[in-house]
Design a protein around this ligand. Structure first.
Ligand code: URA
Length: 209
């Protein structure tokens, strides 16, 4: 699997991303499209997961089956990452869930973890839900914390990213993978991804700007 997968050649994901970018999309519809895109990102992320074989009885006889051979854990980075979680469960219904809360420490300007609760990660495949991969600082911090818990594979799922953010995560975490629907031009003066879609959390929850 490549370290970075960009769904920019996938017109089905493109429709979902366009709706999320559209300034006229209401929070109700934003949640719907975030869910749909979350499913698409998750399906790409778990391509290549070790599989367990089994047999199921059809009305006519035995048929071979496959199922994921690793525990899958989805970890939304609060609060925006919550928007992708329903779509993860649509396609990976047995995925366990952890949560990470990060905020900027105004003294050090570094990401500070104010909440961290995850199930046992030994050998697990962990999907970090960080919709807007801007500087990569928070996502990289999350990946380090999850790696330290013994995850076999950590994959960051983003709606859109900057090349700087992607490079930072890969530099700091050599084993990580990233799946994103797009890589945008860069950051504007306020630290928003350009052209991006604005503040993902605000748009998801209808918080006034
Ligand atoms: N977080 C957001 O919600 N949007 C951005 O563009 C960057 C970070």
């Amino acid at each position: 699997m490549p370290a970075v997968t960009v769904l920019d050649d996938d017109p089905v994901a493109g429709v979902q991303l366009a709706a999320l970018r559209d300034v006229n999309t209401s929070p109700e519809h934003f949640r719907y499209h975030a869910q749909r895109l979350g499913s698409m990102l998750a399906l790409r992320a778990v391509q290549g997961i070790p599989a367990d074989g089994a047999t199921v009885q059809t009305p006519l006889g035995p048929a071979p089956t496959l199922a994921p051979g690793r525990t899958i854990v989805a970890v939304p980075v609060l609060r925006a990452g919550l928007g992708l979680l329903p779509g993860i469960h649509d396609v990976l219904p047995t995925a366990l869930v952890g949560m990470i809360g990060l905020e900027r420490d105004e003294q050090t300007l570094l990401a500070r973890r104010y909440y961290f609760k995850v199930p046992p990660l030994d050998g697990a495949w962990v999907l970090v839900l960080e919709p807007m991969l801007a500087t990569g600082g928070s996502a990289s911090d999350a990946v380090k914390a999850l790696d330290a818990e013994g995850a076999e594979q950590v994959i960051v799922l983003a709606v859109t990213a900057t090349q700087t953010g992607v490079d930072r995560i890969l530099d700091e975490n050599p084993r990580v993978r990233i799946v994103t629907a797009a890589i945008d031009e860069g950051l504007d003066d306020n630290g928003y991804i350009y052209p991006g879609l604005g503040d993902f959390g605000d748009r998801l929850f209808g918080t006034p700007p």
